[in-house]
Ligand binder design. Structure first.
Ligand SMILES: [Zn+2]
Length: 195
């Protein structure tokens, strides 16, 4: 039987060790692709504001994660850069580790010491190196196929938007309509194509 960790009942805005509880007394590991890393004011347990480094993930089902120094150092090591902008688009594996703090044991989040291999079924964006995800009824495969038709390469929807913006700006500078530049401007895949 799968049970429910009591902490999961409470609403939390940020990922915690308990989110990885598998309901059977163990903790699972997840792979997550970093969408962005930024400084945020976060309320601590006493309601005071605290400045934190927070990473958001491309997968909306995974809550943002507050990075402590240990995990920040791990990202720096994995991606050979201390600049948070360089971590965007990168995939990490997150697990837990039992740590003792203030006399109690906690299951703290830990970024694992290796870069997870993408699953075979994943389609990798040729711009950012992240996994191409679907949207609505358009599966990842449909997004990738449309991107290949448009650009000759599979790109994720975020990078697609970026490419569109660049093309539009370029067209503006040239005083032309973006359409006249040809294949560079693509509309996002129509979700109805999946039906
Ligand atoms: Zn991308």
């Amino acid at each position: 039987m799968t049970k429910t960790h009591w902490r999961k009942i409470l609403e939390t805005d940020y990922l915690g060790g308990f989110d990885l509880d598998d309901g059977k007394g163990n903790f699972r590991e997840i792979d997550a692709t970093i969408k962005k890393a930024e400084r945020r004011e976060v309320k601590d347990q006493n309601g005071n504001n605290e400045t934190c480094l927070v990473i958001e993930f491309t997968d909306k089902d995974i809550k943002p994660m507050i990075l402590n120094v240990t995990n920040s150092r791990m990202l720096e090591k994995l991606f050979k850069s201390s600049y948070i902008e360089d971590w965007e688009g990168k995939t990490i594996r997150i697990g837990t580790e039992k740590v003792r703090a203030f006399g109690e044991w906690h299951n703290a989040l830990r970024v694992r010491n290796f870069i997870p291999k993408p699953k075979n079924t994943d389609i990798i964006c040729s711009d950012c190196g992240g996994v191409v995800k679907g949207r609505g009824k358009a599966t990842a495969q449909i997004v990738a196929d449309n991107a290949v038709k448009e650009f000759g390469q599979p790109v994720c929807l975020d990078c697609w938007e970026k490419r569109k913006a660049v093309t539009e700006q370029y067209a503006n500078e040239l005083g032309e309509k973006p359409e006249q530049l040809g294949g560079m401007l693509g509309e996002l895949p129509d979700p109805r194509e999946a039906e």
